[in-house]
Design a protein around this ligand. Structure first.
Ligand code: SF4
Length: 278
């Protein structure tokens, strides 16, 4: 019997970096595929709002309306009001079960937080190459790509096309590193680079990560070692998707994991079988 190589998403590689067992459970419970962390719907709403803000950042950066230049908070507020109005339509599936009052509270708090955070606003308006490129050239939102060779697919948050290059950009709603880009984010960028290269027959030199909470926009070259790590992770993920049960990662975020019950049971069973902690 011929076993087909399992299809892998770039998000599987990212999940592997957080905890390899997330890949295992997500492959078996696809209804939870989008729910990495459970338990706190406010956290989910907050992430959605930050992400949508990142998709609209060029409007704050650009100060599109002349008289708004003098009143940056007012300009930001009008962009933010637009963003929060749209989220339930854009993220219908994710927000369907959320009570209207919870969503409204979160939206209100989010808008107030940003408008009052002068440091964030001034960083989001400060000159930087990424926002300049986005303002000049725009970007393809959530650009989907498939590599038949690698059996890998994924949607990069933003794909910027310049005269000479294609640049993948990822939006991250978590903490930013002091300098540069987290290793896992570099690996994810490299995975998108592999997809872009096969789709467009080009070579990707660099990408960007937008750490939106901190208004930090970091460029990252696509290094050989990041490409190698992406390919290595792809192989691990394929094995897990073919049925291998992996060890959990050292810093696995178990406390908030949707799979905690199943995972604990399996640990107990395996521990009993093997007579040791797994
Ligand atoms: S409960 Fe912990 S070890 Fe299990 S999948 Fe979730 S994060 Fe990983």
């Amino acid at each position: 019997m011929v076993h087909e190589t399992p299809k892998v998403k770039v998000s599987d590689l990212t999940q592997y970096g957080i905890c390899p067992r997330l890949v295992y459970f997500r492959a078996r419970e696809p209804e939870h595929a989008e729910l990495l962390i459970s338990g706190n719907e406010r956290i989910m709403i907050e992430r959605i709002l930050w992400k949508e803000l990142a998709f609209n950042l060029h409007k704050i950066y650009g100060c599109e309306v002349a008289d708004e230049v003098a009143e940056p908070e007012k300009a930001a507020k009008s962009v933010l009001d637009e963003i929060v109005d749209d989220v339930e339509h854009i993220y219908k599936k994710e927000l369907d079960a959320v009570a209207e009052s919870v969503l409204d509270d979160e939206k209100r708090e989010f808008v107030c937080y940003i408008v009052e955070d002068e440091e964030w606003l001034s960083k989001a308006r400060a000159e930087n190459e990424l926002l300049e490129l986005q303002q000049m050239l725009g970007y393809d939102r959530e650009h989907a790509m498939v590599s038949e060779k690698l059996r890998l697919n994924g949607s990069v948050d933003k794909l910027i096309t310049t005269e000479n290059e294609l640049i993948p950009c990822m939006i991250k709603t978590g903490k930013s590193p002091e300098y540069g880009v987290w290793p896992n984010d570099r690996m994810q960028l490299a995975a998108y680079a592999l997809l872009i290269e096969e789709t467009f027959e080009t070579t990707v030199q660099r990408g960007f990560v937008e750490y939106i909470r901190a208004a930090e926009f970091r460029e990252s070259p696509i290094r050989r070692k990041d490409r190698a790590r992406a390919l290595q992770t792809l192989k691990h993920v394929r094995r897990i998707k073919s049925g291998a049960y992996p060890d959990k990662s050292v810093n696995a975020p178990c406390a908030n994991c949707v799979f905690l019950d199943r995972c604990d049971t399996r640990i107990t069973l395996l521990s009993k079988l093997l007579g040791k902690n797994v």
